[in-house]
Design a protein around this ligand. Structure first.
Ligand SMILES: NC(=O)c1ccc[n+]([C@@H]2O[C@H](COP(=O)([O-])OP(=O)(O)OC[C@H]3O[C@@H](n4cnc5c(N)ncnc54)[C@H](OP(=O)(O)O)[C@@H]3O)[C@@H](O)[C@H]2O)c1
Length: 287
């Protein structure tokens, strides 16, 4: 039995879907049962509750041998993920797979990568102390983040993000989930950290060129000053989260990414999806 969190979200949802296609036996912790109705109908056992609630997680861990932990960024993420780790160890779970991020490194400067790194270190220490196996899945920027710009691209052929001329090696969530599925169902992944990118390093101006090519009409990327982004999002994200996102985006704008990885290719034996493919697959939302 595999326990998953976040199945009503992007990475957890896609991972659950692909695991079901492989016939895996799944249980998921969900806050809102209605949002997970399709997964329930497809055979996923639901435990309704919050991951912050230790009793819910304890109940969910009964009879589980592998767990997939993905939670959204926020001021409580680190504490919730550490508690989840403790409870996994206590329940005798054999393998814990954590959704982290490529920016999560020992010298991380900004809150989200720092929190991921702190949890990674906590899980590695738990592994040394208890023997629980672990795998870190560390993707770069999600292509699916571009869906947030779909309305603007559709209406004005423009999108605006506070990423300046920064670069990412963005990866498709469907490919990231495929790696998670391989880790959860295959062998030889214990003690590994997998940095996942797509096939190319691109600025957002170059992403706009990809949109132009697929849509057959010029699409423009307009860098947004961070202060403007902060103002626009102040009623959407709580202050800790908004500040953390602004700092992460500033880091992308100032430093960015200078390489792709071949992790996906090596694990999956095929090419990761490109931005062009991503746009083609979602063209109705952008055109
Ligand atoms: N976006 C990127 O470019 C990027 C890149 C690298 C790494 N990451 C990492 O990916 C992770 C986010 O993954 P995602 O995009 O799949 O998240 P997401 O789409 O925001 O989904 C979050 C999921 O977690 C559930 N959840 C949130 N709080 C919960 C709680 N207290 N108890 C139980 N369930 C809870 C949500 O349930 P509800 O439906 O009830 O809200 C939802 O199913 C983050 O840790 C982020 O750092 C993101």
């Amino acid at each position: 039995m595999i326990l998953l969190t976040g199945v009503t979200g992007k990475t957890g949802g896609e991972t659950a879907k692909q695991l079901l296609q492989k016939g895996a036996k799944l249980r998921a912790i969900v806050r809102n049962e209605a949002k997970a109705a399709e997964l329930k109908a497809a055979g996923v056992e639901l435990v309704v509750g919050d991951v912050a609630d230790a009793d819910t997680v304890r109940r969910a861990f009964e009879g589980v041998d592998k767990a997939f932990l993905t939670l959204p960024n926020g001021r409580n993420q680190e504490a919730q993920e550490k508690q989840f780790t403790d409870l996994a160890v206590a329940a005798g779970v054999k393998h814990l797979v954590k959704m982290s991020s490529m920016e999560a490194v020992a010298h991380a400067q900004t809150p989200i990568p720092k929190a991921h790194w702190a949890v990674e270190e906590y899980i590695r220490a738990a592994g040394r102390a208890s023997g629980i196996a672990w795998t870190m899945v560390k993707p770069n920027f999600f292509m699916q983040n571009l869906l947030g710009s779909a309305a603007g691209i559709k209406a004005n052929r423009k999108f605006s993000l506070p990423m300046g001329n920064g670069t990412t090696g963005m990866a498709d969530v469907r490919d990231i989930a495929a790696v998670c599925v391989e880790v959860l169902t295959g062998n030889g992944h214990a003690g590994k950290s997998y940095e996942i990118t797509g096939p190319e390093v691109l600025t957002f101006h170059q992403v706009a060129e990809r949109f132009s090519a697929v849509l057959g009409a010029k699409v423009e990327y307009v860098p947004m000053p961070t202060d403007q982004f902060r103002e626009r999002m102040k009623n959407v994200l709580e202050p800790w989260h908004l500040n953390a996102v602004c700092e992460l985006f500033r880091e992308i704008a100032e430093i960015g990414l200078d390489h792709t990885t071949d992790t996906f290719r090596k694990l999956m034996g095929r090419e990761p999806r490109s931005v062009t493919q991503f746009i083609q697959d979602h063209v109705a939302l952008f055109r």
